[in-house]
Design a protein around this ligand. Sequence first.
Ligand SMILES: Cc1ncc(COP(=O)(O)O)c(C=O)c1O
Length: 359
Amino acid sequence: MMKRDHGGNVSEISRIYGIDEDKIIDFSANINPLGYPPGLKKTMIKEFDSVLNYPDIDSFELVSGLSEYHNIGQDYIIVGNGSTEFIYSIPLTFKPQKALIVTPAFSEYENGLRLAGTKVSYFQTDEKADFSPDIARLCKRLREGFDIVCFCNPANPTGVLTSKDELCRVIACAAKTGALAVIDEAFIDFVEEESVKKEILRFSNLIVLRSMTKFFGIPGLRIGYVIASAPCIAKIRKIKAPWTVNSLGQKVAAYAFSDRDYIRDTRQYVTNEREFLTAALNEIPGLKPYESAANYILVFMDSRIGLNSTELKDHLSWEGILIRDCSTFQGMGDRYFRVAVKKHEQNMILIEKLKWVAK
Ligand SMILES: Cc1ncc(COP(=O)(O)O)c(C=O)c1O
């Protein structure tokens, strides 16, 4: 069973290593390096008194904003307390007996499925193919008979992007074998054109998970949503706890979509810095960065690096640098770590520290 482990534990690391929180650079959580949209704080202050009332149970304003942003009808969208709410509620809603998770993957899929009593199997992507999933092999595997398949695109932690066409093949294979296809698009905002969101009109077995955490830089507000067929949304709504999306989150998230300059700048900044960071990592002897479509990079360490990934994480933590040790991901071993793409000056610090380790 996958271990429960996440990046972003800044306060915990501060306590354990005795480093002030503001001295820590967190490369372990993949949050927009530009932070939240510039006008968001002002909007929040303006809307503060909304906390005096219960939040809108249906997040009407936010759903309308999302509907406009994605050009998808409101009946096809439901908002929750981060996409994690749905990672847990979808198994309870659809009660799948057998699940297939394309791995390595976010550990909460498995936790949510197991809580609902689902038997979990893995479809491990091949290290030798740079973790790019073999779609024909995956379709063949689906014919064994699963009720649900979980697939993250771009994949976390590998950064691998599967094209929309290839993913549609997977969704079609799942449909044929009677499986729901849950496609986690937590990082698709960086390559929105590859989203399968519009395919919900074609595939009634498709459930798209979306998150505002990463791209919009608001992990603490907890806003995520599902895009799926209207009957699927109605089923998910039926077992949803009320008021899980707080009123300030609803107001502020609706505002975030309206800032088109921020959205454009984020894509540009992350693309430039990802290129810089990948090239710089590549120059460090013993490190092999993987190509990524998102705001993080998976890195392999060969035997020239005298530490395993857990030791490297510990070593850098003492210096206030947090990286994601990937040994807790299914089938990854102890030679991989993942780093977020951050501000240029922070990325430079990471490179300097890693150069020193590789000496
Ligand atoms: C791939 C993936 N999906 C979903 C989530 C959950 O995001 P949220 O903050 O929307 O619950 C994460 C968070 O780390 C993630 O990495």
